[in-house]
Design a protein around this ligand. Structure first.
Ligand code: GTP
Ligand code: SAM
Ligand code: SF4
Ligand code: SF4
Length: 345
């Protein structure tokens, strides 16, 4: 096995800051945790209308303490940033407690959340007090009827309130995730760009990926970054912009005179796998080296009965097995049974 410590029984003491590289030399410092596979929305590209028959009852989902243990150990092999996602992370009971646990891990510098925003505003103060540094809010349309169409059940006002609450609490940078879907919201691209001009918001246009069930994905619904960028450039004078907190895959631009920035996440046209810095964990305790790769390592038995050292070895195994890149062009594949709401995006 390649990778730091892989053949050694030495592990750093708690609090020590070490770094870890995968077998392609990429430094892995970012853990995304899907804390639940449940959600209060039913986005057409992510979940079936009837929702999911969650196979994860109370016994199936890891406890907050088990997640916290993984974070503490992952921090010992170089993880510095944790993002809570889902499903919808805010439907998981007592999520502020998990944030408090993570905030207690000395090596973690950044605790972030990806949410649809529906439940965010009323919980925001508590989340911030618990140690949440920032939030990315997903929003695909500003039109009430379209928002309802794409989410099937969502209330646009609640999502908007989330955005302004995050700004009010200065949970900066506040980022908006917008999946661009041709024929659905491509005529709102300039409205979203305008939002980033008028407010200190960082709007990220995401290429629609063929992942999960492919419930709504079609080749001709994909709009690539170059086309979106050309559209935005006709209206705004853009310059490349790097100074933004986060270590995700977006490339940012600033519009002259604008308060926020415009970002592009381009997994389809210009994949960022060579700079990949992350691993993922599912609500049932599987660790994945890649969003797209079906290989998973089961942490659960070791979390139930194993030692810290055993868990550290499994984390290292995941990191060293990370693939060089995704293979989206060759299809999701029948054997890759995970859906986006299970992996967490
Ligand atoms: N293909 C691919 N897509 C990703 C990856 N990470 C995030 N995304 C997609 O990018 C979008 C935004 O992700 P977020 O959850 O907001 O996280 P982030 O962009 O890493 O966060 P920041 O650190 O704030 O930049 C989501 O639609 C994800 O599915 C990745 O590793 N691979
Ligand atoms: C799976 S959701 C989980 C967190 C939360 N429920 C939310 O919607 O923000 C995470 C992100 O993945 C994005 N996403 C889901 N399916 C996608 C797809 N097929 N292509 C691109 N992004 C996708 C969503 O828009 C969202 O921004
Ligand atoms: S994208 Fe997020 S909000 Fe929409 S169904 Fe999936 S998990 Fe829920
Ligand atoms: S697709 Fe896989 S390798 Fe590429 S950036 Fe995402 S997680 Fe990393």
């Amino acid at each position: 096995m390649k990778g730091l410590y892989a053949e050694s029984h030495f592990f750093p003491i708690s609090g020590q800051r070490i770094t870890m590289k995968d077998s392609f030399g990429r430094q892995i410092n970012y853990l995304r945790i899907s804390v639940t596979d449940r959600c209060n929305l039913r986005c057409r590209y992510c979940m079936p209308e009837e929702g999911i028959e969650s196979k994860l009852g109370h016994e199936g989902v890891l406890s907050l303490e088990a997640f916290a243990r993984v974070v503490r150990l992952a921090a010992q092999v170089g993880i510095r940033k944790v993002r809570l996602t889902g499903g919808e992370p805010l439907v998981r009971r007592n999520i502020p407690q998990l944030i408090r646990y993570i905030a207690d891990v000395p090596q973690i510098d950044d605790i972030a959340l990806t949410t649809n925003g529906i439940l965010f505003a009323p919980m925001a103060e508590e989340l911030k007090a618990a140690g949440l540094n920032r939030v990315n809010i997903s929003l695909d349309s500003f039109k009430e009827d379209r928002f309802r169409f794409i989410t099937r059940v969502g209330n646009l006002d609640q999502a908007k309130k989330a955005i302004f609450k995050a700004l009010e609490l200065k949970m900066n940078p506040v980022k908006i995730n917008t999946v661009v879907i041709r024929g659905f919201n491509d005529d709102e691209i300039l409205d979203f760009a305008r939002l980033a001009y008028d407010y200190p918001l960082h709007v990220r246009f995401i290429e629609f990926m063929p992942v999960g069930d492919l419930l709504y994905w079609k080749k001709d619904r994909l709009m690539k970054t170059d086309e979106i960028l050309e559209m935005v450039k006709k209206q705004f004078l853009l310059t490349r912009f790097k100074d933004i907190r986060g270590s995700g895959p977006a490339r940012y631009y600033k519009a002259e005179g604008g308060k926020g920035s415009i970002g592009f996440i381009s997994p389809m046209s210009n994949h960022f796998c060579a700079q990949c810095n992350r691993i993922r964990m599912t609500a049932d305790g599987m660790i994945r080296g890649c969003l797209y790769d079906k290989r998973e390592v089961n942490l659960r038995p070791s979390l139930e009965n194993g030692s810290d050292e055993e868990i550290l070895n499994l984390l290292i195994e995941t990191i060293t097995q990370k693939p060089a890149r995704h293979m989206m062009d060759s299809g999701w594949g029948a054997k890759n049974e995970r859906k986006m709401f299970q992996i967490g995006g």
